[in-house]
Design a protein around this ligand. Structure first.
Ligand SMILES: Cc1ncc(COP(=O)(O)O)c(C=O)c1O
Length: 450
C-alpha cells in the first residue's frame, strides 16, 4: 500500500465506519492532530503545508494566537447563549462591525446563522419577503451549500441532489461565463455578451422579470474551479437587476474575507450588492454565518422567520471579532493580492514547463490550475489531477481538486514567502513525476469524487 502513515490510515478507516459517507469527501488518509499558521501536523507528527486552508475557512491561518486568546477570554465569561432571546456585548459588537465592513455606504443590518448554507437560505427568504416575488435566479456550476434552499440554488454536482428531491420551487439556473472554455476567437467582450444573452433568455420566454426576487451569484465561482466572469457581464446583470427591481445578492462564503485579494470578491467589480452571505473564515471556521443586507430588505421578515439557537453566539462572535482584527490589522486582503501575483507567476513558469497545465487562474491567494489532456481541446484530465494531489500529499502538501481536474490553491493568507517557495519547488517535483509516469494511484483513490 502506498500509504505512509499507518495510524492515520487506521483512524481514517475507523471514521469511515462511523460517519455517514455523505459527510466524507475522500482524498487520502490524513488525520489532523494540530495546526499552526499555514501548516497542519498529522497524528504521526508529519507536517504539511495546507493549500486547502480548511476549504477557505482558515484565512487567518490555524490557531492564530489572537483568535485563541479571544476564545479563551470569552470562554471564561460565557460560552453560549441564544441571541434570539438575549444578546451579549460580544455578539452586539460583531453585528455592528459587520454592517460597517460590507462594501458600499448603504445602511445595513445583519442576520446570524451557523453555516454558509443557512445564510444562502436566508438570502432566498429575505429576497422573497422584501420583494413579494417568488423567483430566484442563480448559476450553473455554483456551490451554495447543503440545506434545501442553498442546495437548490447551487448546481455543481448531481450527487448533491440525487435521491433528496423535490427541491425548493422557483429557482432558475443560468450559465456562468467561462473565459477559458469559450468559442473560437471570442474576446472577453464577446463572452460577456453571449452569456448576458443566455441570462436574458428565461426572462424573454417564461420568467416574468417582475416576479423575480433576486439574482444570487458567486462573484468568483469557487467550487466550479475558481472562475471569474468578465466585469462587463457582471455589470450588465447588475444593471438588469436595477432596471427590474430585482435584488442583487452575492455569496462571499468561499471568496470573501480577503481570499480573492480584496475584503469581498464583489469589490473586483465595483458593485454594491443588496445582500451578502458570508461564513467559513468569518469565525475562523467556527460555526458562524451571516446575511448582511440593505436595512429595508432585512426588515422585511418578522420575528423568528430566520433565527438559530447558536447563531452569532458569544463564542463565535468573539472568534469573528478576532478574525476581523487579524484581517484588518495584518492587511491580509492586500497580502493575498500581492502573494497571489507571486503564486500566479510561479504557476505560469510551471505551465511553460508542463503541457498538461491548461490554465492558471489566480485572484488573490485563490487559484484554480486546470489539468488537461491537451491544451488545444482543453479536455479535463481528472486522472492526472488525482495523481498530482496524491503525490503532493506524499510530499507534504495538502491539496485537493475542484470540478474533477482543477487543482485548488487556497492556502491560509498568512502563508509565508518561504512556504510558498517550498510549495512551488515541491509542485515542480510532483509535476515532473507525473510527466515521467512515476505516480501510481492506490486503488481506493481511483474514484476520487471531486
Ligand atoms: C460559495 C459557497 N457557498 C456556500 C457554502 C456552504 O457553506 P457551509 O458548508 O458552511 O454550509 C460553501 C461551502 O463550501 C461555498 O463554498
Amino acid at each position: 500500500m502506498a500509504w505512509e502513515n499507518e495510524l492515520g490510515d487506521k483512524l481514517f478507516r475507523e471514521n469511515m465506519q462511523n460517519v455517514a459517507p455523505t459527510g466524507i469527501i475522500q482524498y487520502y488518509n490524513l488525520v489532523i492532530q494540530s495546526g499552526s499558521g499555514a501548516t497542519i501536523t498529522d497524528v504521526e507528527g508529519k507536517q504539511y503545508i495546507d493549500l486547502l486552508g480548511s476549504a477557505s475557512a482558515a484565512n487567518i491561518g490555524h490557531n492564530h494566537p489572537h483568535l485563541v486568546e479571544a476564545l479563551q477570554d470569552q470562554i471564561s465569561k460565557i460560552v453560549s447563549y441564544d441571541c434570539g432571546y438575549f444578546t451579549n456585548p460580544t455578539s452586539l459588537k460583531l453585528g455592528e462591525r459587520l454592517t460597517k465592513i460590507a462594501p458600499g455606504s448603504r445602511a445595513r443590518k445583519v442576520s446570524f446563522g451557523t453555516s454558509g448554507s443557512d445564510a444562502n437560505d436566508g438570502v432566498i427568504k429575505f429576497a422573497r419577503a422584501a420583494t413579494g416575488r417568488q423567483y430566484i435566479v442563480s448559476y450553473e456550476g455554483a456551490y451554495h451549500g447543503s440545506t434545501f434552499g442553498a442546495l437548490t440554488a447551487g448546481a455543481c454536482d448531481t450527487a448533491m441532489v440525487h435521491k433528496v428531491g423535490p427541491l425548493v420551487p422557483g429557482i432558475v439556473h443560468v450559465p456562468y461565463p467561462d473565459l477559458y472554455r469559450h468559442l473560437k476567437d471570442e474576446t472577453p467582450h464577446d463572452i460577456a455578451q453571449r452569456y448576458f444573452a443566455a441570462f436574458k433568455r428565461p426572462f424573454e420566454t417564461y420568467l416574468p422579470a417582475d416576479e423575480v426576487a433576486c439574482v444570487l451569484m458567486e462573484p468568483i465561482q469557487g467550487d466550479a474551479g475558481i472562475i471569474k466572469p468578465p466585469a462587463e457581464y457582471v455589470e450588465l446583470v447588475y444593471q438588469f437587476c436595477q432596471d427590474h427591481g430585482i435584488l442583487f445578492a452575492v455569496d462571499e462564503i468561499n471568496q470573501g474575507l480577503g481570499r480573492a485579494g480584496k475584503m469581498w470578491s464583489i469589490e473586483h467589480f465595483g458593485i454594491e450588492p443588496d445582500l451578502i452571505s458570508t461564513g467559513k473564515s468569518l469565525a475562523g471556521g467556527l460555526p458562524l454565518s451571516a446575511v448582511i443586507g440593505n436595512a429595508d430588505v432585512m426588515d422585511s421578515l418578522g420575528t423568528s422567520a430566520h433565527v438559530f439557537t447558536a447563531g452569532g453566539n458569544p463564542l463565535v462572535a468573539a472568534a469573528s471579532m478576532a478574525v476581523l482584527d487579524v484581517l484588518e490589522d495584518g492587511h491580509l486582503p492586500e497580502k493575498s493580492a500581492k502573494d497571489g501575483e507571486y503564486a500566479k507567476e510561479n504557476f505560469l513558469k510551471l505551465m511553460d514547463k508542463y503541457e498538461f497545465i491548461g490554465d492558471v487562474r489566480m485572484f488573490g491567494l485563490n487559484g484554480g490550475i486546470e489539468i488537461v489532456k491537451d491544451r488545444e481541446t482543453k479536455e479535463p484530465d481528472n486522472d492526472a489531477a488525482a495523481k498530482i494531489i496524491f503525490r503532493a500529499f506524499q510530499k507534504g502538501l495538502i491539496l485537493v481538486k475542484l470540478n474533477g481536474n482543477v487543482l485548488r490553491f487556497q492556502p491560509p493568507l498568512v502563508i509565508t514567502r518561504d512556504q510558498l517557495d517550498q510549495v512551488f519547488t515541491t509542485m515542480d517535483e510532483v509535476f515532473a513525476d507525473l510527466e515521467h509516469g512515476r505516480i501510481e494511484l492506490p486503488d481506493e483513490l481511483k474514484n476520487m469524487v471531486w
